[in-house]
Design a protein around this ligand. Structure first.
Ligand code: NAD
Length: 361
């Protein structure tokens, strides 16, 4: 299968972890004989420096042409005081919107070798294997009217939480289809005891569930879900929720995995004529200016994002499984970066990438 990939290394450790992710991608493509075509583009701070825009038109064109896009991270401290439209992060919102990726998937697994890295008790975390499906292009982050008006004690801030049936339906289908390839359970999270928005959410998800009689559905209020994620994370298979709840819950999920550097993500939109997802793949972490340029960032979240790309954009399940197994093997070997607190000398970013390739064989 031809793999046409756009790589956007971005800023800071984005360039370092992406280099290792691409190393693994090349290795997999070579081993399974998939012709690989990689284009590289600009996004974020580096794009501002080179073109004046965080999301140049050329990058939009390359992303539209690619089968899938692999992103590092964006953000440079020198832009911290700039207005939002001049910041590198604007590039991230821009590409998500341009690709129409409405479902953000964040797998959260407790790797056996990392149980001690979690602040939670091993017995609670062990065996955790869930995927959080967060609606990514609707809800309160995008709703209008919004803004701050008035003055003095009458100063008022407004945000609007809004969803249409169609928006809820399409992300629900993503969650139910995913559950079919897993343990066949969807937990939908809302605040339907208070919000009309959540009442519609619950009603639509329940209706969609009828089309998937082989998948069990339960509902949790978001406050209870926040508690259950810590008390009983093994109860979750696929967690389906709206934009803001998903933003918060998925960072809580990160604690279960041991380090933010471990977490991959996939943002999916519609399907291409071939049936493949339109996909944007990136580690969850940012550009980490505090460790950038030191060859010590953990590349496993970026490498896990390659596994997600192979599975969701190309349906290459065996290849994806080999990458995930290699990540697990490397964790077990103890050859890991400093954030995972190895007992011996920490490995470099590059050494971890090489070790993953060696473990794939
Ligand atoms: P961050 O994720 O970059 O870093 C938070 C902490 O985690 C830091 O101490 C960092 O060293 C550590 N860390 C992160 N990734 C790591 C890895 N792979 N290996 C080892 N340690 C790792 O978050 P931040 O410091 O809040 O943000 C820094 C910049 O990144 C900001 O400009 C922010 O806007 C941007 N950001 C971008 C994205 C993105 O591109 N998707 C996401 C979050 C933050």
């Amino acid at each position: 299968m031809d793999l046409n990939i756009l790589v956007l290394p971005g800023d800071g450790i984005g360039t370092e972890v992406t280099r290792e992710a691409v190393r693994v991608l090349r290795h997999v493509a070579g081993k399974w004989n998939h012709p690989l075509h990689i284009a590289e583009g600009l996004l974020g701070g580096i794009a501002i420096h080179r073109t004046g825009s965080p999301f140049p038109e050329e990058t939009a064109r390359l992303a539209a042409d690619a089968d899938a896009t692999l992103l590092g991270a964006v953000g440079l401290p020198e832009f911290d005081n700039c207005p939002p439209e001049k910041r590198p992060e604007k590039g991230l919102l821009g590409i998500r919107k341009a690709l129409g990726v409405f479902a953000n998937l964040r797998p959260v697994r407790a790797f056996a070798a990392l149980l001690d890295s979690s602040p939670l008790k091993n017995a609670l975390v062990e065996g955790t294997d869930m995927i959080i499906v967060r609606e990514l292009t609707g809800g309160i982050y995008y709703g209008t009217p919004r803004g701050i008006s008035g003055s003095g004690p009458e100063t008022r801030a407004v945000n609007t939480m809004t969803y249409t049936r169609a928006e809820i339906e399409r992300v629900s289908h993503v969650a139910f289809r995913l559950a079919r390839g897993r343990r066949r359970k969807v937990t939908s999270v809302d605040k339907s005891n208070v919000l009309e928005n959540s009442q519609l959410w619950r009603r639509v998800v329940t209706e969609i569930a009828v089309e998937y009689p082989d998948v069990a559905l339960d509902h949790l209020l978001v406050d209870n879900c926040a508690m259950q994620l810590i008390l009983n994370p093994r109860r979750f298979d696929v967690v389906l929720t709206e934009n803001m709840f998903g933003d918060i819950l998925s960072d809580e999920g990160a604690v279960l995995a041991g380090s933010i550097g471990m977490l991959p993500s996939a943002s999916l939109g519609g399907r291409k004529p071939s049936g493949a997802w339109v996909g944007l793949y990136e580690p969850v972490h940012g550009s980490a200016p505090d460790i950038a340029g030191q060859n010590k960032a953990n590349p496993l979240g970026a490498i896990g994002s390659v596994a997600a790309m192979l599975e969701y954009s190309f349906g290459l399940k065996e290849e994806a499984a080999s990458v995930n197994a290699a990540i697990e093997a490397v964790l077990g070997s103890g050859r890991v970066t400093a954030d995972l607190r190895p007992s011996g000398a920490p490995a470099t970013t590059e050494q971890v990438g090489e070790a993953v390739c060696a473990a794939i064989g």
